[in-house]
Each structure stands twice: as C-alpha cells, then as structure tokens.
Design a protein around this ligand. Structure first.
Ligand code: HH2
Length: 273
C-alpha cells in the first residue's frame, strides 16, 4: 500500500503532493514501483497535528480520488476518520476505508457498514489510544499486546454485528498512535499474537519515529532503508498489507527475501534437525 498524503503538513511527505497533478505523478510512480493499493490521506495524524475541517479535507482528497480512478486500475483507499468523507470517497471510487480511529466517530460505523455491504468496500480498523492532538503525551498500558488485541476484537465484533462480512475487514495495531518506543517494540514483536482473529493485518511503520529512534535519531529523510527492513520483518511476523512511503525499496526487500531467503530458512531448518 503506497502512501499518498495530499496534505501540507504530513510528517514525511507533507506539502509535496497537495496539488492534483503532483499527486497523480506520485501515484503513477508508486504503481510502477509495485504498489497494489494507494492510500490517500487529507488530514495528518502525526502527534500534535491540528484537526482539519471536513470541507478542507474533502477539497484535498476527492479530486485526487476522482483523477486516480479515471486513470489507474489499483484499488484506492481513503485515510479518514470522518464518516461524511468516507461516504463521498466511496461514491468517487474508493474501495477501502482506512480509519485510524477504528470507525468509532459518530456515524462512522453506519457509513462503513453501508459501504461494505452495498458496495463491497473493505474496511481497515486501527488501534489508537487517545487522539492525535494528545496521544503521545503519556501513553499507558498494563499489557500493550493484550489491550490492542482486545480493542481490535471489539471492533471486529461491532462491525460484524452491524453486518460487515468478516472477509472485508483488515486490522492494524496502529504503530505510533498513543504508544512509546517500548510499546511499539513490544507490539511489533507480538504481531504473531495479533493474527489470531484470522483477519489480515495491515502494518504501517514507514519512516515513523520508532524507526528513527531505533537507528540513533535518524532524520525522517534517512529512514527509508530501515523502513523497508522493518516492513519485511512485519511480513515475517504475519502482516499482509504494508503501508509504506518507499514502495520500490520495500518491493526490493520482499523480492530479495523470496529469492534468497530460502537459503536462510534451509540453514535454520538444518540447525533445528
Ligand atoms: N499511519 C499514519 C496514517 N494513517 N493508517 C493506518 N491504517 N496505519 C498507520 O500506521 C497509519 C495510517 C501516519 O503516517 P503518515 O500518513 O505517513 O503521516 P501523517 O499522519 O503525518 O500524514
């Protein structure tokens, strides 16, 4: 899943693709590099980001979805917490609703259910503790893996009770959303324990501060290689969809693993026997 933020203030690509033509150029590049889904976002959710009014988010996102739909064949995801925009994005051609708030806003569950049942749209429900403005102030968990898993289980229960087919739901532990570095590391290592619901896991760690912190305070622009390796590790832990900025590097990491990783696996197998 290639990230296309049509915002002035996203933490990594803000201001680069906030005109339709620039967004299209970036989208074409990501598809050529191997992106199989494009995720369009019009509101930054980085820690401390200002909420964006509906009208502004709509103005940023809808023309880009329409332009992409007209030109490219890949499924389009819309990264929004707002039910009104979810509905409009589906009408404009979005095939996946990606809600970092897990469809908890007033009206979001109903809109998502209708989109899933009437239009076959897929839904990604993510875990977030708190809200973007304040989520990094003092995140706290007694057991981060159990709490995230329980939260995701509850979202699945609500969605399926509302009528959403299980096969249209993806789950995301929400790296960096109300989590310290230690929480993120524990959660990453615990990814296999989050696949127990049998639903596909989406993982987004691309260029995030956890990558920078683990590599000695690496600035955002230098987090690409580390992000590609983290994405590869996420697939080994069970992730099925990788939300990334650096599509080509991620694709290379996955290709090399599938071509050369067998040697590593064989050696481990030989050791084990
Ligand atoms: N992370 C971000 C935004 N949307 N959606 C899902 N499902 N999972 C994530 O981990 C996730 C997400 C934040 O990253 P980014 O879009 O690069 O930055 P910003 O929020 O500043 O636009």
């Amino acid at each position: 899943m290639g990230i296309l933020n049509v915002t002035p203030d996203s933490f990594s690509d803000g201001g680069q693709y906030d005109r339709v033509e620039a967004a299209l150029v970036r989208a074409r590049t990501m598809v050529a590099e191997g992106a199989e889904i494009l995720d369009i976002g019009g509101e930054s959710t980085r820690p401390g980001a200002e909420a964006v009014p509906l009208g502004e988010e709509r103005r940023r996102v809808l023309p880009v979805i329409e332009a992409l739909r007209a030109e490219l064949d890949v499924p389009i995801s819309v990264d929004t917490m707002k039910p009104e925009l979810m509905r409009e994005a589906v009408a404009a051609g979005a095939g996946l609703l990606n809600d970092v708030n897990g469809f908890r806003a007033d009206g979001a569950l109903a809109v998502a259910t209708e989109a899933a049942c009437e239009h076959g749209v897929a839904l990604c429900a993510m875990h977030m503790q708190g809200e973007p403005q304040s989520m990094q102030h003092a995140p706290r968990y007694a057991d981060v893996i159990a709490e995230v898993r329980d939260f995701l289980d509850r979202r699945v229960a609500e969605l399926t009770q509302a009528g959403v087919p299980r096969g249209q739901i993806l789950l995301d532990p929400g790296f960096g959303f109300g989590k310290t570095l230690e929480h993120n590391i524990t959660l990453f290592r615990g990814l296999p324990q989050l696949t127990t619901a049998g639903l596909p896991l989406l993982v987004g760690v691309s260029r995030k501060s956890m990558i920078g912190q683990l590599l000695g305070d690496r600035p955002v622009a230098e987090r690409g290689p580390g992000s590609a390796i983290a994405a590869l590790l996420a697939t080994q832990a069970g992730a099925r969809v990788l939300r990334v900025h650096d599509v080509a590097a991620t694709r290379d990491a996955l290709t090399l693993y599938s071509e050369l990783g067998a040697a590593v696996d064989d050696r481990q197998g030989a050791r084990g026997s």
